[in-house]
Write a protein that binds this ligand. Structure first.
Ligand code: IPE
Ligand code: IPE
Ligand code: MG
Ligand code: MG
Ligand code: MG
Length: 326
């Protein structure tokens, strides 16, 4: 005999037959309201941010057509959209809605795409493949690629301004001489320099990675928090998570440059060694680089403790960063 039916205390004749459809059980409270699966989140963020970008970036027939075509060529080329996914997950974790963070998603992806266009220029990494397509300066020309990057950067600030003045400041700080641009300068200056395991070399490497990559990943998380009008403690936790995750992201980028192929990456593999870049792999080797990425991942996840189970999507994105193969 079914224990639950007996426990109901009714005569058996008044109980519904066991085959009768039962009401669904109440939703367990420990499951977060949003998908924790990184793949689902990345797809959601890609769909939302691409819709926003398509609506907000001038159309192809808008003059100057060549410039808008170049911006769209690099934007709509199938990037992973990790930074918008971080905005979205951070905003949701702080109780914000997807609509709250729509401009922030557009801002970080446009800003990131500008950095990619400029990173690929002949004066920088001189790459001809990006996101599976010819780089912007190859598909158009160098001057147009510089201008497309400039325009995407300006566009990004305009989107951040829809969130708040503080959001503009966060993006500007991440993008400036103490962030992305500074990291890119350090990266170029270190090219071809002797690599060793000295503290000076290790410090330089970490500054490059925190500047050129972690700063914008941190800003993406903070913008999500700002869009949701998060409490200060939540924003601080997300900033720590983003910075450590950003470092792990760039270490994994260094690993993939040596282990993956160009078709999988959608960009030229093996460039770092060819250009004598100062990378985690060059200084510490492949195994130690992988181990360090995992350590940074753990630190990033610990920073999310304050969010409890609401952190599950952010944890899942963090694992994707280190486990990814592209
Ligand atoms: C590549 O970033 C540039 C780095 C910061 C290492 P992503 O690997 O996120 O590039 P997309 O957006 O997926 O193309
Ligand atoms: C570039 O680092 C980071 C930025 C674009 C700011 P990398 O030069 O390693 O990026 P990839 O490998 O070309 O994507
Ligand atoms: Mg570079
Ligand atoms: Mg590069
Ligand atoms: Mg790289």
């Amino acid at each position: 005999m079914n224990d639950a039916r007996l426990a109901a205390g009714l005569p058996l004749s008044q109980l519904p037959p066991l085959s009768q459809p039962q009401p669904p059980p109440p939703a367990p409270t420990h499951v977060p309201p949003f998908p924790a699966d990184a793949t689902v989140l990345l797809l959601e963020a890609a769909a939302q941010c691409e819709r926003e970008l398509d609506q907000r970036i001038p159309a192809l027939d808008h003059e100057p057509r060549r410039l808008h075509a170049a911006m769209r060529h690099s934007l709509f080329a199938g990037g992973k959209r990790l930074r918008p996914a971080l905005v979205l997950a951070a905003c949701r974790a702080c109780g914000g809605t997807d609509a709250d963070c729509a401009p922030a998603m557009a801002a970080v992806e446009a800003f990131h795409t500008y950095t990619l266009i400029h990173d690929d220029l002949p004066a920088m990494d001189d790459d001809d493949l990006r996101r599976g397509r010819p780089t912007c300066h190859v598909a158009f020309d160098e001057a147009t690629a510089i201008l497309a990057g400039d325009a995407l950067q300006a566009f990004a600030f305009a989107q951040a301004a829809e969130i708040s003045a503080e959001a503009v400041r966060v993006l500007a700080q991440a993008g400036g001489s103490l962030g992305v641009v500074g990291g890119q300068q350090d990266d170029l200056d270190a090219e071809g320099q002797p690599v060793d395991a000295s503290p000076a070399c290790a410090q330089r490497l970490e500054r490059i990675h925190r500047g050129k990559t972690a700063a914008l990943i941190q800003a993406s998380c903070e913008l999500g928090a700002l869009a949701a009008r998060a409490r200060a403690a939540q924003r601080t936790a997300l900033a720590t998570y983003g910075n450590e995750l950003g470092l792990a992201f760039q270490i994994q980028d260094d690993v993939l440059d040596t282990t993956a192929d160009s078709a999988t990456l959608g960009k030229t593999a093996g460039k770092d060694a060819a250009q004598q870049k100062l990378t985690w792999v060059a200084v510490y080797g492949l195994d130690a680089a992988r181990a360090e990425a995992r350590r940074r991942l753990d630190t990033a996840i610990v920073a999310l403790n304050t969010f409890g189970t609401a952190a599950a999507p952010l944890v899942s994105l963090a694992r994707f960063v280190v486990d990814r193969t592209y």
